[in-house]
Design a protein around this ligand. Structure first.
Ligand SMILES: O=C(O)c1ccc[n+]([C@@H]2O[C@H](COP(=O)([O-])O)[C@@H](O)[C@H]2O)c1
Ligand SMILES: Cc1cc2nc[nH]c2cc1C
Length: 349
């Protein structure tokens, strides 16, 4: 039996640096407040780094957590489970959307096989193959739950120790919007029909099967909703559990995170339970078209940066938002002040 994974207390980002950034914004050559959300984003990054102006982002890292889900055998996805392993190969050869978007954003991509059915040649953090079919059995054993949490925590530590200054948790797993929806319903009190979404693009018959699976899994989740580790064991899966551990530990290590879509969002809801206060270290990269993602953002009180109709996962919605973070930092660091440029400030009476 492995030891129980624990997370240290999360300390909040540095408020004096956030205030210094707000003050600096009022001195830069633009009408007060005119860069809107970019100003608040820059101030958040200053607070995360504990300095104003913040340093440019040098090492943004996207970790794609890959895993298969037993519930996929119920016919809840538009694609077969073998796509998960095939996409791992595609990520490695640079052909997936996340490879392209990460390159545009100047971010690195790391793919971790946590529970892929196929042999991917990457067993360092592999906990098992497909998780149990959550509509009728637990996703994981207690030991596997702890191993997955430990994996996510170790990966966050590894990335931060290697100098990551921004992290993203991406996901790849056929069927994973089903456990994600169950986690969201369990933690927000929503009904199954309010969380079921079209995932990879399912038809109406598949939607009915998926709704039934979510309803059955939610019934199994209800008795353990107040215990985040038991909830992960019952209805998540090794990939989602590792993601939750990763997101919690990133906050413990004072490293900002850009959240992606509904899968990272569901893991984030649990991570906030594992490490209260972690959400202060997160920004929502985008709003996915999955209905339960709205509930995640509401519950975490996060306003998404982008709303592009994305529903891909992999970390793509977060990667698309990284250039906005880069801009927000560079504005604080590089714009001239009214004094520097000899420009008159606001009119006074
Ligand atoms: O990130 C999202 O919001 C999102 C929304 C719909 C689908 N996905 C991706 O699609 C896969 C899961 O969809 P499904 O239909 O198989 O449950 C998985 O690989 C996710 O990364 C991701
Ligand atoms: C091809 C494919 C790529 C994906 N990337 C994330 N989820 C996915 C699902 C499919 C089906």
């Amino acid at each position: 039996m492995s030891d129980t994974v624990e997370f240290a207390t999360v300390s909040p980002p540095d408020e004096p640096s956030r205030h210094a950034a707000a003050a600096r914004h009022s001195q830069l050559t633009k009408p007060q407040g005119s860069l809107g959300r970019l100003e608040r984003l820059g101030a958040w990054l200053a607070a995360c780094q504990g300095q104003c102006p913040p340093e440019p982002l040098r090492r943004a890292r996207i970790v794609v957590f890959a895993g298969d889900h037993g519930v996929a055998a119920n016919g809840v996805s538009a694609y077969p489970s073998e796509v998960t392993g095939q996409m791992v190969t595609n990520f490695r050869s640079g052909g997936a959307a996340i490879n392209v978007l990460a390159a545009c954003a100047g971010a690195g991509v790391r793919v971790v096989d946590v529970a892929v059915d196929a042999e991917t040649g990457d067993s360092e953090f592999k906990v098992r193959r497909s998780s149990g079919s959550i509509d009728r059995e637990d996703a994981l054993t207690e030991e596997q739950t702890q191993a997955a949490l430990a994996a996510g925590k170790a990966i966050a530590d590894d990335e931060v120790d290697a100098g990551a200054d921004l992290l993203v948790a991406g996901d790849m797993g056929i069927g994973n919007t089903t456990p994600a929806a169950v986690l969201v319903a369990a933690l927000t009190g929503a009904e199954p029909v309010a969380v079921v979404g079209r995932g990879t693009g399912i038809d109406d018959v598949t939607w009915m099967r998926k709704t039934a699976a979510i309803r059955d899994a939610l019934r199994r989740a209800k008795p353990v909703t107040a215990d985040p580790v038991a909830l992960l064991r019952t209805v998540a899966g090794a990939d989602l559990t590792a993601m939750a551990g990763f997101l919690a530990q990133a906050a413990v290590r004072r490293t900002p995170v850009v959240l992606d879509g509904v899968v990272s969002g569901a893991a984030a809801l649990v991570a906030e339970e594992l490490a209260p206060g972690a959400r202060a270290w997160w920004v929502a990269g985008h709003r996915s078209t999955e209905p339960s993602h709205h509930l995640v953002l509401e519950q975490l009180d996060l306003e998404p940066l982008l709303d592009l109709g994305l529903r891909l996962g992999e970390g793509t919605g977060a990667a698309a938002a990284i250039p906005l973070l880069t801009m927000s930092v560079r504005v604080l660091a590089e714009m001239a002040t009214f004094t520097d440029a000899g420009i008159s400030g606001p009119a006074t009476d």
